[in-house]
Design a protein around this ligand. Structure first.
Ligand code: NDP
Length: 403
């Protein structure tokens, strides 16, 4: 019997519980809790219709550590899968420590008042989880998540060392809207408007947001413009793959997205500091979120594919000199929607969240303390990607990236 409590009833939470319900041998008892109970109930109905499995739903404000601790003591899960927002990470980790429950998430903690992406806050919990004999697994989505597991699989099976690493995240999906984000708009825009940072020669190098771009031909999607940005797995990869000379993260954005974002930024709508409006303090970015389409509403109309992967160059394990490998997954928006009622951006995050949870609940990945994805054996995770809807492929490239 493995009881799991999922917190967060957005697109990612929805995919994760659908996939858990498909894997009843591992997830025998599923509770979904979130701020808005009706969203949990709607997901529970879909899970029932699609899989025949009944899940329990609860209301919780996960910012409230005491209330969350009480919920954990009552539900008594073995694991909490945090699929709410990055703001809740530390509060939920505190509740897990108080109630003696293992923890997992898909995004690193971020304070509301500052778009600062750092694992430090969560790494600082290591001793407390260790002392309590509990496990916390950080960042088990696609990126972060699978992208780190991809790198470690290459290090185990192809490359002795990784000298150069590029993570390429392409969303070739078209939702038919002039401007919308594929996951939580507030989190997405904070990430995209933050300065870019990449790892080079032992330190992070900062460049202005969206200033460095390249064209790249993505398989099954076509040629796209991708922008260099900061992404949190660069920090954990730099720690766990110390020989890295350079690591960069790229994400594709269409011209329409960039045009709208530039205007919104120029007029101050992406600000995250409070502004006084008719006697009330509002945060422009939160107001913007309220008027943008809900990412979950885009699933029905989104067509096309995502293509996310790692390109790594280094000395081969078999001593045949330096080589470059490209390891990637391609996911179809319409197929993801048909299976779970959510588009591929939620699907590519929710499936690895379920797999990370499976690794912990089956004891395949085990340890006392706070861990990143790079610290465990990539093979069982990679096997489940193949069987759970995110098959991957690896190919050798003739040369490292030319840029
Ligand atoms: P959504 O905004 O769609 O869903 C977030 C959910 O969390 C909502 O149901 C929301 O409730 C709930 N929530 C927010 N605050 C609280 C709170 N205080 N207490 C309880 N519930 C709360 O986001 P997504 O599903 O798109 O993303 C979920 C997480 O996944 C995010 O942390 C995101 O950063 C991460 N992510 C990770 C990726 C990866 O590859 N690693 C990729 C994409 C996302 P309500 O509906 O009431 O607002």
């Amino acid at each position: 019997m493995s009881k799991v409590l999922v917190i967060g009833a957005g697109g990612v939470g929805s995919v994760a519980v659908h996939k858990m319900a498909q894997n009843r041998d591992i997830f025998s008892d599923i509770t979904l809790a979130s701020r808005t109970l009706s969203k949990c109930d709607a997901i529970a109905r879909s899970v029932q219709e699609r899989t025949g499995v009944t899940i329990t739903t609860r209301q919780i404000d996960a910012d409230d550590v005491e209330a969350t601790t009480a919920l954990l003591r009552e539900v008594k899960p073995r694991l909490v899968v945090n699929l709410a927002l990055p703001y809740q990470d530390l509060a939920i980790m505190d509740a897990c420590l108080a109630a003696g429950v293992d923890y997992m998430d898909t995004a690193n903690y971020e304070p509301r008042e500052e778009a600062r992406f750092e694992y430090k806050w969560q790494w600082d919990y290591h001793e407390r989880f260790k002392q309590a004999g509990l496990t916390a697994l950080l960042g088990s989505g696609f990126d972060p998540g699978v992208t780190s597991v991809f790198a470690m699989w290459l290090k185990k099976h192809r490359l002795k060392t990784i000298r150069l690493l590029d993570i390429l995240d392409c969303n070739g999906g078209d939702h038919g809207q002039p401007f919308a984000t594929n996951f939580n708009p507030e989190i997405n825009i904070r990430e995209v408007t933050a300065p870019a940072r990449h790892w080079e020669d032992g330190q992070f190098v900062e460049t202005p947001a969206m200033a460095v771009k390249q064209r790249f031909d993505f398989a099954e999607v076509g040629e796209k413009t991708m922008y260099m940005m900061y992404h949190e797995e660069l920090e954990s990869l730099a720690r766990h793959v110390p020989e890295l000379e350079r690591a960069r993260f790229w994400m594709t954005f269409g011209d329409e997205y960039i045009k709208h974002l530039t205007v919104l930024q120029n007029v101050g709508m992406t600000r995250i500091d409070p502004v006084l409006y008719e006697g009330k303090e509002i945060i422009p970015l939160q107001f913007l979120k309220a008027v943008l389409p809900e990412p979950s509403s885009l699933g029905a109309t989104t067509k096309g594919k995502t293509n996310i992967g790692d390109i790594a160059t280094g000395e081969t394990l078999d001593g045949s000199g330096e080589k470059t490998f490209y390891i990637r997954n391609i996911c179809d928006h319409e197929k993801a929607y048909e299976e779970t009622g959510n588009q591929a951006v939620s699907y590519t995050t929710g499936v690895p969240a379920m797999i990370g949870a499976a690794m912990l609940l089956t004891g395949t990945w085990d340890g006392d303390g706070v861990f990143n994805m790079e610290e465990f054996d990539p093979d069982p995770f990679m096997d489940m990607l193949n069987t759970q809807g995110l098959p991957w492929e690896v190919l050798e490239l003739p040369a490292p990236l030319s840029f």
